[in-house]
Design a protein around this ligand. Structure first.
Ligand code: PEP
Ligand code: MG
Length: 883
């Protein structure tokens, strides 16, 4: 097998690049080389080597060493420099590059190839001793951190002290002599901490760095990132070794990052940041606040230092041409890293840029309009899960705001929460249900868990492409970065803006769209669903086959879902109506009644209430199918559990406390999920289902008579395991229908069907379909009963199961296609065989999960049903599944 692929200098071994083999970065370096862009020469060690490296006990086999030597020879040939040469040394960068980008998660080493001899050569060859010593200083620091894993704090401290001693404030004030002294100090720090001198052999340096990059694939933060982003651990990373180019060789040199379109808003405008006389990491790390790329952006921000367009017009012009070329070549918005070395532009990286949902939408819709991609490709380009960002509320423009300060609008959306200054606390407090805003001077990859737990992120330092901004956009968290007036004193749990103080635990609001930071919680308004969103949804609906319904039981939810495009109700859980404070007393009287007559008396009180519920829902859902599920949970759920409540409840129900306590004890179950619930309630107390059916039919007849638009009730019996259960319950419903239609002198069409949420029901779906007119897969219970895993207790161990690869994803979030999926497939087939054209849907949580929706498409279900806010996600996912 070949492991090393060369690129640059007219070579592109990978030929357009296979991301799975070369990693994203390697594949695109190859791709850029292939279309003749200026890429510093280098080579990629392919991803299969990562697994082999671990298999061979973290060592490199001889065949690979020979290939790497050939790779170095290629770089030497193109650059005319020699690796380790004392006169004019070749320096390289060593970077990771997985199939998908994992920003900031893995390691990089720059300036590799410097030692006590080559540093002199670099000084002589470049004519800039300060530059050479600064590069060596940076190299030792990075190598010590990344490869030798020494405490980086000691090096930073030494640097700070060196500056203080001289009375400097900026790194750039350090002279060549200062840096030379600092290098000596760094080297002795290495020797003291590591026990051996800093490696002088450039080949040892290279192999150390390659090993560290492969090693970083298994770092804790990389593992967390993979878990959060569903990236399989066996993919591995590639390693890219590439000739260094220098953005820190004076005023005609620079380094920058750019997007070919605005990654936050999606506007068609070049967007980016650069720094003159700096190295790549300086921009991304957010240590110096970078300059704008374009004149327009600089002017809009009212910023002072010149933009690249103004400061380096020629190179900027060349860069702009490259942007257009790359967008046309890759047919997507690109995220680019470049360096200018003494006036010459070099491309270091390009990849599809991460973007907010808003930008994803806008870019997809506009690229289709520009003819760059088709409408169907536009539909495929937007991640359905990311729509979530757009469907949530933004700050009410009318609301009072007490603006504390303003930073950069790094990731849109508004969030309120308590101020927390470190990631561990953020995770802990969020775990107890609090909304937190993570406030940091700047974030690093170590903050990934805190950022994930937080509702929003605020940083005092860093630009629009800082770690905080990039990661927050990827996660869909609102973020305000670079709020420069903010002084954070994390140690004492306080931050200040001028004389104003905010303590840890106090509530603030951030607006990631404007960059404003406000004191207190600011009210929000519903999102605007017109524009690009509507356009894309129309395109999605054109290709979608699956219908999309909603799980809703309040008129408000029904209305929201309809605005989001729901085509009916897939699950109305009627028990939620029973919990209503105004009715719970009647519900309890029903439960506590000693005989059927008592129960009926209480149910008579509930009838008009239920009828009113259904009337409102039918009115909102005018003419659309509404699946209404009859009572499902065990009765004891409606009784008090706390000793203190008994007296009050007993008084309200007109009973003595003893009776109530006895009845509660009688109803107690050891395993309520498998207990007296679902249709088992209807079988034992048919009068409950009878009342509910009556309420549904009365409401349906009333709405039909009044509006002329007949609702289509689909009455659903829960937790059926056998044909006989469904037969009995259907008889109750049909009888109520006949009675109501006779009283009202009118009829409405209706169906009676069942949930398939027990393995036996799936197996016996053929028999059950002879009675039931539709099936709705209740995948919450079906997952619970098929796996034998309690849906309420699974959280404690399922993360470990996912980490160990037992499940690719939490089976309560995304269908276990192999197991639960097989039962669904089988039930669908048997149901269809028994009743041709039987209507099939899904109403478990999985109905709003894009991967599960793809499975539903494959099985040929008729519809999926999701909670209101997930309806657009389901529409888009259904469209993508059909493509
Ligand atoms: C299900 O079990 O999938 C379902 C939708 O019903 P519930 O969640 O109410 O048990
Ligand atoms: Mg269920």
């Amino acid at each position: 097998t070949q492991y090393v692929y060369r690129f640059g200098g007219g070579v592109s071994d990978g030929g357009q690049g296979d991301k799975n083999l070369l990693g994203g970065k390697g594949a695109n370096l190859d791709g850029m080389a292939a279309i003749g862009l200026p890429v510093p020469p280098g080579f990629t060690i392919s991803t299969p080597m990562c697994a082999r490296y671990y298999d061979e006990g973290e060592r490199f086999p001889e065949d690979v060493k020979a290939e790497v030597s050939a790779g170095i020879a290629h770089i030497e040939k193109v650059t005319g420099k020699t690796f380790g040469d004392a006169a004019d040394p070749l320096l390289v960068s060593v970077r990771s590059g997985a199939r998908v980008s994992m920003p900031g998660m893995m390691d990089t080493v720059l300036n590799l190839g410097l030692n006590d001899r080559t540093v002199e050569g670099l000084a002589a060859a470049s004519g800039d001793a300060r530059f050479a010593w600064d590069s060596y200083r940076r190299f030792i620091q990075m190598y010590a951190d990344v490869v030798l894993e020494l405490d980086h704090g000691a090096f930073e401290e030494a640097l700070e002290i060196a500056k203080e001693d001289k009375g400097y404030t900026l790194d750039t004030e350090l002279t060549s002599e200062d840096l030379q002294a600092l290098v000596a100090e760094f080297k002795s720090l290495v020797e003291a901490e590591w026990g051996r001198p800093f490696p002088q052999d450039v080949h040892d340096q290279l192999w150390g760095a390659i090993g560290a990059v492969f090693g970083s694939w298994q770092s804790e933060r990389a593992k967390v990132y993979r878990r959060l982003n569903d990236i399989p651990g066996d993919w591995g990373t590639a390693v890219n070794v590439q000739a260094m180019v220098f953005g820190n060789m004076g005023e005609t040199s620079a380094t920058g990052v750019a997007f070919t379109r605005d990654p936050a808003k999606g506007d068609r405008a070049y967007y980016g940041e650069f720094l003159i006389n700096a190295q790549g990491e300086d921009v991304v790390a957010g240590i110096r606040t970078p300059q704008y790329l374009t004149k327009a952006a600089r002017e809009a921000a009212g910023a002072r230092p010149l933009s690249m367009e103004e400061a380096m017009p020629e190179v900027y012009g060349e860069l702009a041409r490259v942007f257009d070329l790359l967008e046309r070549h890759y047919r997507d918005m690109q995220d680019i890293e470049f360096t200018v070395q003494q006036g010459k532009l070099w491309m270091l990286q390009t990849r599809s840029g991460k973007r907010t949902a808003k930008a994803a939408l806008k870019i997809a819709v506009e690229m289709a309009a520009e003819g760059l991609i088709s409408e169907e490709e536009a539909v495929a380009r937007v991640d359905p899960a990311a729509l979530d960002q757009l469907l949530h509320p933004t700050l009410d423009p009318q609301a009072q705001r007490d603006v504390l300060t303003k930073g950069l609008p790094a990731s849109p959306g508004a969030a309120s929460g308590i101020v927390v200054f470190d990631s561990d606390t953020a995770e802990k407090r969020a775990g107890t249900g609090e909304d937190v805003i993570l406030v940091r001077v700047e974030t690093s990859p170590e903050d990934i868990h805190g950022m994930h737990a937080a509702k929003g992120i605020l940083t005092a330092r860093g630009g629009m492409t800082s770690h905080a901004a990039v990661v927050a956009r990827g996660m869909g968290r609102p973020c305000v970065s670079g709020a420069g007036t903010l002084a954070i004193d994390a140690k004492n749990g306080v931050m200040r803006v001028g004389a104003r103080e905010v303590k840890a635990g106090e509530v603030i609001t951030i607006d990631g769209a404007s960059g404003e930071v406000m004191l207190g919680a600011v009210p929000t308004v519903q999102p605007e669903l017109a524009g690009d969103f509507a356009t894309l949804m129309v395109w999605a609906d054109k290709v979608r086959r699956l219908k999309v319904r909603t799980n809703a039981e309040t008129p408000l939810d029904c209305r929201t879902a309809r605005e989001f495009g729901a085509e009916g109700i897939g699950l109305c859980r009627t028990e939620h109506m029973f919990f209503d404070a105004a009715r719970i007393t009647a519900v309890r009287q029903m439960i506590l009644a000693s005989d059927e007559a008592g129960r009926r008396a209480a149910l008579d009180k509930l009838l008009p209430e239920q009828r009113a519920d259904f009337t409102e829902i039918f009115e909102v859902m005018a003419g659309l199918p509404c699946t209404i599920r009859l009572l499902d949970p065990p009765l004891h759920e409606f009784l008090p559990h706390e000793e203190a409540e008994f007296a009050e409840v007993a008084a309200a129900a007109g009973l003595d406390v003893e009776t109530l306590r006895r009845r509660a004890a009688e109803l107690h179950e050891f395993n309520p999920m498998l207990g007296h619930r679902g249709c088992r309630l209807g079988v034992t107390y048919p009068e409950i289902y009878e009342m509910q059916a009556r309420a549904i039919f009365e409401a349906a007849c009333d709405v039909a008579a009044k509006s002329g638009e007949a609702p289509i009730p689909e009455i659903m019996i829960p937790l059926v395991a056998t044909r006989r259960e469904l037969e009995l319950m259907k008889a109750v419903v049909d009888k109520a229908a006949r009675a109501v239609f006779a009283e009202k002198g009118g009829e409405v069409a209706y169906l009676v069907g069942t949930m398939i949420e027990l393995p036996r029901a799936a197996l016996k779906a053929g028999e059950i379909a002879e009675v039931g007119e539709f099936f709705s897969f209740g995948t919450n219970d079906l997952t619970q009963t098929t796996l034998g895993v309690s849906r309420d207790d699974a959280g404690r161990f399922l993360t470990t199961y996912v980490e160990k690869g037992i499940f690719a994803r939490d089976p309560f979030v995304s269908i276990d296609v192999e197991g639960v999926g097989e039962l669904i497939r089988l039930a669908a087939d048997r149901g269809r065989a028994a009743r041709s054209g039987i209507k099939l849907g899904i109403c478990g949580e999985h109905g709003g999960d894009p991967a599960s929706i793809a499975f539903c498409e494959e099985v040929g279900l008729d519809y999926v049903s999701a909670s209101p806010y997930r309806v657009p996600i389901a529409r888009l996912a259904a469209a993508q599944a059909a493509l």
